[in-house]
Design a protein around this ligand. Structure first.
Ligand code: AQP
Length: 350
């Protein structure tokens, strides 16, 4: 089966954007794929070095994975730092990637802000570690939110440059696969990853501003729904969510130029596993005073069991720790298989 990989950073509370853009898709992909879901703790120290309770944050992401319905026996749940091969391959990719590629990343520009000289080198190299996370398993499918699209394109660029630069070595070692890129046949060691960004809510927007993405770092808690929010809080945030004065259109085209309406309809559709067109067929012509309570009910129905299960799991962390330990062991074995071949391709003695 295709190998799916994705990661979530243990930085602050998960929100509805993380859930709909990533975790809900992780759950859906389990049936037909071999899935690896990673708590990317090495990434979490790129923007902010010191975290008050990193172990707790790591466990809570793992708890969210499990509570959402990911099966840790059939698939692999682990934390990144437990598999040192990620960092090893990232170093190699740091030598493959060009500084110019990294400088163009919008996430780097956003997170580094004006004082770019003072951003950590790790923040600049973030996409190189992300490429390593995926390619150390030679994973082919990566479910992420729309904000990660540029990083996945870079992952393909890194894989391609490695494949081309080491073409002769890859052929000699006989470990590659024949692929075509555009028209060109390439004997590739690393596959070209496929981003999986589809669905009705690839980029969940802030509830206060339909042009900004819902994010952990938004100072306004009203801008996002956190996975730990209770029903009352979810209800208050949705009731206060910004909207325009018009009712809902009956077709998707009618959402153009109405970012807040588009966002709420997308959230509803993603939570209900339906399309925006289906939601509008049902609610078209209705006012937000009718739609919002329906959205509250749906959001609470979907999220409350997850929140409840997360807090149950966090009550006794030994279960989570055992899952992470077991996942780490299985991931390490896979990663080492790749790294042995990569070291050989490069020419490191081992
Ligand atoms: N608003 C979003 N809509 C859809 N998907 C989203 N993701 C994040 N925000 C949205 C997806 O969640 C996964 C995990 O993301 P991450 O761990 O990299 O966290 P992040 O992107 O740093 O989260 P934030 O909230 O956006 O943090 P800040 O505030 O620091 O920028 C990824 O698949 C991501 O696409």
């Amino acid at each position: 089966p295709p190998l799916v990989f994705s990661g979530v950073q243990p930085t602050g509370n998960l929100h509805l954007g993380n859930y709909l853009g990533a975790i809900r898709k992780f759950v859906a992909l389990q049936d037909n794929n071999d899935c690896m879901y990673c708590v990317v703790d090495l990434h979490s120290i790129t923007a902010q070095l010191v975290h008050e309770d990193l172990p707790g944050q790591i466990r809570s992401i793992a708890a969210a994975f499990i509570a959402s319905g990911i099966d840790p026996k059939a698939h692999i749940i682990f934390n990144q730092s437990a598999v040192p091969q990620h960092a090893e391959l990232a170093w190699i990719f740091n030598c493959v990637a060009r500084i110019g590629w990294m400088n163009r990343m919008t996430q780097f520009k956003d997170k580094a802000g004006k004082d770019r000289e003072n951003a950590s080198l790790g923040l600049l190299a973030y996409p190189s570690l992300m490429a390593a996370d995926i390619l150390v398993y030679r994973a082919t499918h990566v479910p992420v939110g729309d904000d990660q699209k540029q990083h996945l394109e870079l992952t393909r660029d890194i894989a391609m440059k490695f494949n081309l630069d080491y073409q002769a070595h890859i052929r000699k070692g006989g470990k590659g696969i024949d692929i075509t890129v555009g028209e060109e046949p390439v004997h590739a060691y690393f596959p070209m990853v496929e981003p999986m960004i589809d669905g009705p809510a690839p980029r969940v927007m802030s509830l206060r501003d339909g042009t900004k993405k819902m994010s952990k770092s938004d100072p306004s808690d009203l801008s996002r729904i956190n996975l730990v929010d209770d029903a009352e809080t979810i209800s208050r945030k949705i009731r206060k969510a910004k909207t325009d004065p018009d009712g809902l259109p009956s077709e998707v085209e009618g959402l153009a130029g109405r970012p807040e309406a588009d966002n709420l309809v997308g959230i509803y559709a993603a939570l209900a596993d339906r399309t925006k067109a289906e939601i509008l067929a049902e609610f078209g012509g209705q006012q937000f005073s009718v739609f919002k309570p329906a959205l509250v009910e749906l959001a609470v129905n979907v999220l409350a069991p997850i929140t409840g299960e997360m807090s149950r799991l966090m009550g006794d962390t030994s279960h989570i720790d055992a899952i992470l330990r077991d996942g780490g062991e299985r991931a390490r074995a896979r990663a080492e298989t790749t790294m042995r071949e990569v070291r050989e391709i490069i020419g490191f003695l081992q």
